[in-house]
Design a binder for this molecule. Structure first.
Ligand code: ADP
Ligand code: MG
Length: 457
């Protein structure tokens, strides 16, 4: 019998896997290949069974259900002793692997080195780096009061405002300060609401609701970001409500952010809404000119660099949408300046600003959404918009309705017309998906990936 060393076996497995992958790539659509298969590894071959590692549960389930037959058939073309495939989840093979588009944004944020695994908080969101101005003064003062009086002063604390205005920074900053000030005696926990939803979905499917109850109810300060995403997800809302009550009754602090006020989250259950309204609700608005200048100066100081006043003035005058946009433009300008040996003219700066702003404000269109869904499922837009009723087309079509509504806020009659259907069909499709997304993590993941592909373009 031939005995192989580990390295020989590894090389052999890699070569075999490369051949198999090349072959699979020819047989399925590119987005599907990139999304599901590319990030996989053949890690073992033994007794006619090969073991394939995937980076997370979603992809394991998906690949196992959809592609195991295909993979087995192809594998057998190269080695007919293979009889069986075993799929496992093991992310140790995938850490730091670039190009994995399986990570959704919250998974990425968890991978950030500055994120404390215990609390979920990122230390970059500090009180020191938070610039205060008229647009966030109220929210800032409330934050200070909460840090001093955890659980007793403003509870729950609900902060809302548009994208990139500093909600995440503010609520994480409260958590970080509490953590430092009370030396871990008071336990904060930061959770994006998508993560909360995911945990609930997982627990329901695995019948482990008790784990979740324990995990969340053991916390002293619960910080939930972007709560608007749980609106309409019944089970998640239910669990959140119970978690909320149990924490609240024990004087634990609850901090919530949202892109809109509670009364404008249409699907939010009434009892949750009135709970929020029982605490303090404040908004963060758009930064004025003075504040934009202060933010730019602050960031320059953090990065240990500077710019001429006329360039700072130009950025502050032209970049108004939000703080994230200011940061983006500023980073580009600093980068440009550094590559040019420290010099940048006002017209260079202006050009960078104009280009960046255009890109950021590029609007997403209904065509792009249809194309993203069509690419993802490898179904032509014509088929998607046709009258065909096969199962393979129905779900993608419903996802289009869902995304047109979620992303563009289009009316049902308009969506119906777009798809050659009446508005009741559109309503039904939307409701079906928003209901299902909650119970079906594969669907949830598909939609996340499609959304990512839309925003990435
Ligand atoms: P939101 O959660 O409202 O979308 P973020 O909190 O993610 O916005 O803020 C976007 C970016 O702007 C982050 O990098 C954040 O650190 C920065 N930022 C927001 N508000 C401020 C502020 N008041 N001072 C300094 N930086 C800020
Ligand atoms: Mg945020």
């Amino acid at each position: 019998m031939e005995i192989k060393t580990d390295t020989e076996l590894n090389t052999e497995l890699n070569t075999l896997w490369k051949k198999i992958l090349n072959n699979i790539e020819l047989q399925i659509s590119k987005p599907n290949f990139v999304t599901w298969i590319k990030n996989s590894l053949l890690i073992d071959k033994n007794d006619g069974c090969i073991t394939i590692a995937l980076p997370n549960n979603f992809s394991k389930e998906w690949v196992e259900n959809k592609y195991s037959k295909l993979i087995l058939n192809i594998a057998r073309e190269y080695d007919n002793s293979i009889k069986k495939i075993n799929f496992i989840v093991d992310n140790k093979y995938f850490i730091n692997q670039k190009g994995s588009n399986i990570d959704s944004s919250f998974e990425k944020s968890i991978l950030d080195l500055r994120v404390d695994p215990e609390t979920g908080l990122n230390s970059k969101y500090s009180l020191k780096s938070f610039v205060v101005g008229s647009s966030n003064e109220l929210a800032y003062n409330a934050a200070l009061a909460i840090i001093q009086n955890v659980g007793t002063k403003y509870n729950p604390f609900f902060v809302y405002g548009g994208v990139g205005l500093g909600k995440t920074h503010l609520i994480q900053m409260i958590g970080n300060e509490i953590k430092n000030l009370y030396k871990n005696k008071i336990k904060p926990k930061y959770v994006p609401s998508e993560k909360f939803t995911n945990d609930v979905v997982w627990a329901i499917r695995n019948k482990r609701m008790d784990d979740i109850k324990k995990k969340y109810r053991d916390i002293d300060v619960l910080i939930i970001d972007d709560i608007q995403f749980i609106g309409g997800k019944e089970k998640t809302e239910e669990e959140f409500f119970h978690t909320f009550n149990s924490l609240y009754e024990n004087n634990k602090q609850i901090i919530i952010s949202s892109d809109r006020p509670p009364q404008s989250i249409p699907t939010l259950e009434e009892r949750l809404r009135s709970r929020f309204e029982g605490g303090l609700i404040v908004d963060i608005t758009y930064p004025d000119y003075e504040m934009r200048v202060a933010i730019i100066k602050n960031k320059l100081q953090e990065k240990n660099t500077n710019l001429n006043d006329n360039i700072i003035d130009l950025i502050a005058k032209k970049v108004k949408k939000n703080i994230r946009e200011i940061e983006g433009v500023l980073n580009k300008i600093i980068f440009y300046k550094e590559t040019k040996g420290g010099n940048i003219t006002i017209s260079d700066a202006e050009e960078i600003i104009n280009k960046t702003i255009q890109n950021i404000s590029k609007k997403i269109t209904d065509k792009q959404i249809i194309k993203a869904v069509s690419d993802f499922f490898n179904i032509t837009p014509e088929d998607l918009l046709s009258n065909k009723r096969n199962k393979e087309i129905v779900e993608p079509r419903q996802i289009i309705v869902y995304l047109l509504r979620e992303i563009l806020d289009l009316s049902y009659p308009y969506i119906g017309e777009k798809l050659g259907r009446d508005h009741t069909t559109a309503i039904h499709a939307y409701e079906k998906i928003s209901n299902e997304i909650n119970k079906n993590s594969t669907l949830y993941q598909k939609i996340l990936l499609i959304k990512e592909s839309i925003y990435k373009e």
